[in-house]
Design a protein around this ligand. Structure first.
Ligand SMILES: *Cc1c(COP(=O)(O)O)cnc(C)c1O
Length: 458
């Protein structure tokens, strides 16, 4: 498969380059030149596979030519050996609807599904490289711990994680800052997630710096993550075996975009529901056509406290006739005016596939209460947003809510909502007592650069 940048479709890349680079040099995101549509026959062939075997088939479509099927199989097996469920994910019932639980990996959020795979992919693609790779990643809470778990202890790699100071949950932070491996560096930025994400983007934009330290990105802009995430849409559809809607708690638009890719590949998905918290830029964009960033608000679902949804550029590219020139101009105007008015035709194209709704803080707490009272299920606050919006949209059944995190990551919120103490699973109990290691740095690109340079020199 050939890839291009959303801002320049002239130049082609292969999967390996797309994976290692993360972001194109022109600032665009990598997308496939063509997305293959699977026939009904091909879908049927995939429909009885175990999660891991399905992952091998789906992922291979995207990386063929850069890796053998056998090697990919080994990588997939290794990636998912760290999960506590044989089939990686679980599908539970919640009333008339289903809950797709994606939190059985080592750091209890769906981010592990892509990140464990990415960690193994680096080992493979870097096996002949002698230079060290430096991962620099911004996190709103869950990406950081998932990336650290996937990359800790690797000889040829360091990882620098930028999280917004005091704006991630305590458990989220401890899962990152108690990891002792020498190649792990935690930075708390005095700012919000968008600040962290902008710092990382600026670091990549500074080619002299980023090339000098061999920087690589594992943020949700990395195409390999999207590919790994599309697998569970296929798996769920095959298990339920009828046309379904997915409600997806959304921040950076990575997860729900993976659903969109699956639909484009021929999976009979109805609507992809973009569920947001009070940081509702995507809900406003889809419902009114106005994509305009506002101040980021701190919420009880911190992993979605985002106003600059990076992956949305991939959707823009697609709905704007897959024209990179148009996309580039729109992105420039978003940067300059902080705003994008989606035209009627494009909006219609979006709404054929997506609907959206948002939940405020009180509504989210109410939903956690209700889910527990009516279904005896404890939802984490992100999943609660996904569950709450289907009621608001009056979708009665045939909906799969993506459960993006385990409630144990947000014990304070759960206690507030239902008065219960959710505990960490046994293998992570000790992190609450262990010593933490992180540096606090101002929201200043030069300070971050100096910190990284000094860490690499010592
Ligand atoms: C990252 C995250 C999200 C948002 O996913 P995106 O791919 O950024 O849209 C939702 N819930 C949880 C728990 C997350 O960690």
């Amino acid at each position: 498969m050939k890839y291009i940048s959303t801002r320049n479709q002239e130049k082609e890349y292969d999967f390996r380059e797309v994976f290692i680079k993360g972001l194109a040099d022109d600032g665009g995101l990598f997308v496939p030149k063509f997305i293959p549509k699977l026939s009904e026959k091909e879908l049927i062939k995939l429909s009885n596979l175990s999660y891991k075997d399905l992952a091998k088939e789906i992922i291979y479509i995207f990386c063929e030519g850069t890796i053998s099927k056998e090697k990919l199989s080994t990588i997939v097996e290794k990636s998912y050996s760290t999960f506590s469920k044989k089939n990686v994910v679980e599908i539970a019932s919640i009333g008339e609807n289903k809950l797709l639980e994606l939190f059985y990996g080592p750091t209890y959020s769906f981010k592990d599904i892509a990140m464990q795979f990415i960690g193994q992919l680096y080992d493979y693609y870097l096996k002949d490289i002698n230079k060290k790779i430096n991962i620099v990643v911004a996190t709103s809470g869950d990406t950081g711990s998932a990336a650290i778990d996937a990359i800790k202890g690797k000889e040829k790699m360091n990882i620098f994680v930028l999280h917004p100071l005091d704006r991630v949950s305590l458990v989220q932070r401890k899962l990152m800052t108690t990891v002792k491996d020498k190649n792990v560096f935690n930075i708390a930025i005095n700012g919000n997630f968008d600040d962290c994400q902008n710092l990382v983007k600026s670091l990549f934009g500074d080619h002299k710096f980023s090339n000098s330290i061999n920087m690589s990105a594992v943020n949700s802009i990395n195409w390999a993550r999207i590919v790994a995430q599309s697998v569970y849409y296929f798996f769920t559809y095959f298990k339920i075996n009828k046309r379904i809607n997915f409600s997806v708690p959304t921040g950076n638009f990575g997860d729900v975009y993976a659903g969109y890719i699956s639909k484009k590949m021929g999976l009979p998905i109805g609507k992809l529901i973009v569920a947001t918290n009070q940081n509702d830029i995507l809900h406003r964009a889809i419902s009114s056509g106005n994509y305009e960033a506002r101040e980021v608000k701190e919420t009880i679902s911190p992993s979605m406290d985002i106003q600059a949804a990076s992956n949305f550029e991939r959707l823009i590219y697609d709905i704007e006739d897959q024209n990179s020139e148009k996309t580039k101009n729109i992105m420039i105007s978003i940067i300059n005016n902080n705003k994008y008015e989606i035209n009627e035709q494009s909006l219609q194209r979006i709404r054929e596939n997506f609907s959206s709704e948002s939940m405020n803080e009180d509504e989210t707490i109410e939903i956690i209460k209700k889910a527990f009272a009516n279904h005896k299920i404890i939802l984490d606050p992100h999943t609660a947003v996904g569950f709450g919006v289907i009621e608001k949209l009056k979708i009665k059944n045939d909906c799969v809510i993506i459960a993006t995190a385990h409630p144990c990551k947000f014990p304070e919120v759960i206690h507030k909502a239902i008065g219960k103490n959710v505990k960490l699973p046994n293998d992570s109990k000790d992190i609450m007592k262990e010593k933490e290691n992180f540096s606090v740095i101002e929201n200043d690109i030069d300070k971050v650069k100096s910190y990284i340079a000094a860490s690499l020199a010592s």
